[in-house]
Design a protein around this ligand. Structure first.
Ligand SMILES: Cc1cc2nc3c(=O)[nH]c(=O)nc-3n(C[C@H](O)[C@H](O)[C@H](O)COP(=O)(O)OP(=O)(O)OC[C@H]3O[C@@H](n4cnc5c(N)ncnc54)[C@H](O)[C@@H]3O)c2cc1C
Length: 333
């Protein structure tokens, strides 16, 4: 009898806790559409539990909000439109997030661990006087998070005791929410006090490519110093064309000027986790592995049988890349 009663109390208490828990996701978008990392952040928020709202701040950001409203499990989409959010600067968005937080008292604020989230969340956390928890790769409970440290060489499980948890999540660690089955209501939030002359957005030049985006591509072909020159990267572009793949690079290849630095994969580059990662002429330094070792299948082509990349590779080919890559490309239809 006693144990039945205590079980009932425990379940009532946890339901009550769930109700008290509420998460605000900061949507990353370009007004016209969502950046996929927002869908990963949504999955992470669902793992935390409780009510979930999403803040979509921008200029004419209706289409991005509409895409989100299709997701199931959302309580509300908060829309904030102002010219102040042109360029999505951390300086203009922080006052908005703080005032939204004051209004709704969220227990968790989440964004993707992208350049956007990395610029924004530390500022928000400082204003709220709490510690941000960055680059989360797993959620154990509403206050206990898993993150990788030392360039991915150790996994840390940590408990955050701050009353408001500010979390950036690694996109590749959470499935993208399918954005279907829901019809969340929208609400406009005030944007007073967001305009700032501290930082003025002047413009941006985005690199254009017909290839899939590196961080969301299903297949990535990456080249390293072994390619020897930028011209030789053509071998990888030809292979990537056959596989509908994105092209990446090691830092050594970027530093040598073979390819632009937005192709860099690794600790100080992009984190990728495609279905297939083909590393060509890359030795497998820990800083490179930090950016790709969660890939589902890793193929390495290297002429040195002792190269560390073979320790993480599912399939390894000890060969001269200048022979092996054209041969591989020619065999693919
Ligand atoms: C703080 C810090 C951050 C860093 N961040 C990053 C990062 O984000 N990303 C990153 O990649 N690195 C990063 N690095 C650099 C990293 O330590 C390595 O120096 C770099 O990854 C090496 O690149 P690589 O494998 O292309 O070159 P190398 O280590 O020189 O390897 C070249 C490989 O090519 C092979 N090869 C040569 N010729 C051929 C051929 N004909 N056929 C087949 N194989 C061939 C060789 O056997 C060799 O294994 C960082 C370093 C530091 C200190």
């Amino acid at each position: 009898m006693f144990s039945n009663c205590s079980r009932q109390l425990t379940s009532q208490f946890s339901n009550h806790l769930k109700r008290l828990q509420s998460t605000l996701i900061i949507a990353e978008h370009d007004n016209k559409g969502l950046n996929p990392i927002t869908q990963n952040a949504l999955t992470a928020a669902k793992k935390i539990g409780g009510e979930i709202s999403v803040l979509v701040a921008g200029t004419k950001c209706g289409p991005a909000a509409e895409a989100l409203a299709k997701a199931n499990g959302l309580s509300k989409i908060l829309i904030a439109e102002s010219d102040a959010f042109n360029g999505f600067t951390a300086e203009s968005l922080t006052p908005l997030i703080i005032s939204t937080q004051k209004q709704f008292n969220y227990t968790h604020i989440i964004a993707g661990a992208s350049a956007f989230g990395k610029a924004l969340l530390p500022r928000v956390a400082a204003k709220l006087d709490v510690s941000p928890v960055s680059d989360v790769i797993g959620i154990k409970s509403p206050d206990t998070f898993v993150r990788s440290i030392y360039a991915g060489n150790a996994i840390q499980t940590m408990k955050a005791n701050d009353p408001i948890k500010i979390i950036s999540v690694r996109g590749t660690s959470f499935e993208a929410d399918k954005l279907e089955g829901g019809s969340a209501k929208t609400e406009t939030v005030p944007t007073d006090g967001c305009a700032t002359d501290m930082t003025v957005f002047v413009g941006q030049q985005l690199s254009k490519s017909d290839r899939p985006e590196l961080t969301s591509a299903k297949v990535v072909v990456s080249g390293g110093r072994g390619l020897k020159s930028g011209d030789n990267f053509k071998l990888l572009y030809d292979l990537a064309d056959k596989l509908n793949a994105a092209v990446g690079a090691s830092r050594a290849a970027v530093d040598a000027g073979f390819v632009p630095n937005d192709l860099q994969v690794g600790q100080t580059g992009k984190i990728v986790a495609p279905d297939l990662y083909i590393a060509v002429g890359i030795s497998g330094a820990i800083q490179h592995l930090a950016g790709m070792k969660d890939s589902k299948t890793i193929v390495a082509i290297n002429k040195d049988p002792e190269a560390p990349i073979f320790q993480v590779a599912d399939y390894g080919l000890v060969a001269d890349l200048f022979k092996a890559v054209p041969e591989l490309t020619s065999k693919l239809s």
